[in-house]
Design a protein around this ligand. Structure first.
Ligand code: ZN
Length: 434
């Protein structure tokens, strides 16, 4: 058995080793990323050909880049993709020409408010090109001619995504989805990938062997390019999604901010109850937000035609920290402590999902006599919490409340409620409702 403590220690090193790769929505950076993840889990890698129709969209041509730079008339490289992959606008078309500074400036992006940071820009669905640079460097550019070289290619290749599936006792599924399409940024995309990889490894080590115990639910982890990847996955798996009982989109797990849970579109799915419940019990500050059709891939999973029970768990949400989509979302911006804390929260969520059963009281007319079954030892007026838990479980096991509901209503911790339910099950006072 692998200890979670040992597995957790791999999260930050995995972020570090994936950091330099130039990911985009397609291309070799994503393939190399998924290959590295395969060092930890038996991830299945899928290639969906460019041009494949996926609902209202089409898988785009595959984009790769070898080299990209801007050179001044003296031959100095003033911007170089090899220095930082954020320097090139993702999906830039090939270019080889000389421009005046004024012409060039139409293709340059910087952040005047953060003059040392490089912004992150994309041009996925329009043929365009551009460079991103620090505002300081932009301002230092002198009048004159500049040579621009972008050695990129668009080919009829494919969109690449990864999937890890762990079969449980039944086909009801828990889905975890994280995006993998950003170049060198840590909190936005790498934190999600690394925490999900180690969470999947944790489950696989414990439950993935042929003769090991099985989890009650099946677990599916998908590593997909944002938007087009989620749309592609849904188009290819439309028949499977009815099995999803809990789902979480995740990333942004390494910053210092509190956890933020965004509810599914349904607003009252089991995941909307369990995740805030776990966060509440962790004793940490957190925020719960209502669903909105903007953000990450919850936009696709919660589109009205699917309306899946998929919420989203992050720390500080996208767009709400200044480092978001800039070169300042780097290895210093995140910490192993915060990543590991997020891992622990996910383990707790899984534990709770697995233990959150619903029962029916088989002796609902008046209280059953617990003393003769060896479950009730207190004298009147001196009841212990465990015994109170027995009474709550019996009273609320009417087919409507699950154990999380009973813990919330009784104010008794989930562990005690679960133990009480298990003991009542063992003396045939409860029956599980599936
Ligand atoms: Zn992003």
């Amino acid at each position: 058995m692998t200890e979670p403590v040992a597995i957790k220690k791999n999260i930050f090193p995995l972020v570090k080793s994936l950091y330099p790769l130039n990911r985009s929505i397609t291309g070799n950076g994503v393939r190399q990323t998924l290959k590295q993840i395969q060092d930890y889990i038996p991830l299945q890698i899928f290639e969906v050909p460019s041009g494949t129709k996926v609902f209202d969209w089409e898988v785009p041509p595959e984009w790769n880049v070898d080299n990209a730079f801007i050179e001044d008339s003296a031959g100095n490289k003033v911007v170089d993709f090899k220095e930082h992959n954020l320097h090139l606008v993702s999906y830039s078309e090939p270019v080889n020409k000389t421009l005046t500074l004024n012409e060039l400036k139409k293709h340059l992006h910087s952040l005047p408010g953060h003059p040392d940071w490089i912004p992150y820009r994309t041009a996925y669905y329009k043929r365009d090109w551009g460079f991103c640079l620090t505002h300081n460097r932009l301002q230092a550019l002198k009048e004159g001619n500049y040579k621009v070289v972008i050695d990129s290619s668009f080919i009829e290749g494919s969109l690449t995504y990864g999937e890890f599936y762990l079969q449980g006792q039944n086909s009801r599924e828990v889905l975890f989805s994280t995006h993998i399409c950003h170049p060198s940024m840590c909190n936005d995309n790498l934190s999600g990938m690394a925490v999900m990889t180690m969470l999947a490894k944790y489950l696989n080590d414990l439950y993935g062997k042929e003769n090991s115990a099985k989890l009650s639910y099946s677990y599916r982890f998908i590593f997909i390019p944002a938007t087009i990847g989620a749309i592609t996955w849904l188009a290819k798996n439309e028949d499977k999604v009815k099995n999803i009982k809990y789902g979480l989109v995740t990333s942004l797990l390494g910053d210092k901010g509190n956890f933020t849970y965004k509810k599914s579109r349904r607003g009252d799915s089991p995941v909307d109850k369990v995740v805030p419940f776990v966060l509440q019990n962790s004793g940490k500050k957190f925020e719960v937000r209502e669903f909105s059709p903007y953000g990450y891939d919850e936009r696709q999973f919660c589109s009205p035609g699917f309306n899946l029970p998929v919420g989203r768990l992050t720390r500080t949400p996208n767009g709400e920290f200044p480092e978001y989509h800039t070169s300042a979302d780097n290895l210093e911006f995140i910490s192993s402590g915060k990543l590991e804390e997020a891992f622990d929260v996910f383990v707790k969520i899984i534990d709770t999902i697995e233990a959150n059963k619903k029962y029916l009281n088989l002796n609902p007319k008046c209280e059953p006599q617990l003393g003769k079954r060896g479950l009730y030892k207190s004298v009147a007026g001196n009841i212990k919490e465990y015994e109170l838990a027995l009474l709550w479980v019996l009273n609320l096991s009417d087919g409507k409340n699950d154990l999380v509901d009973i813990s919330i209503k009784s104010g008794i911790d989930f562990k005690t409620i679960s133990k009480a339910a298990n003991d009542l099950l063992n003396v045939n006072l409860l029956k599980e409702i599936k």
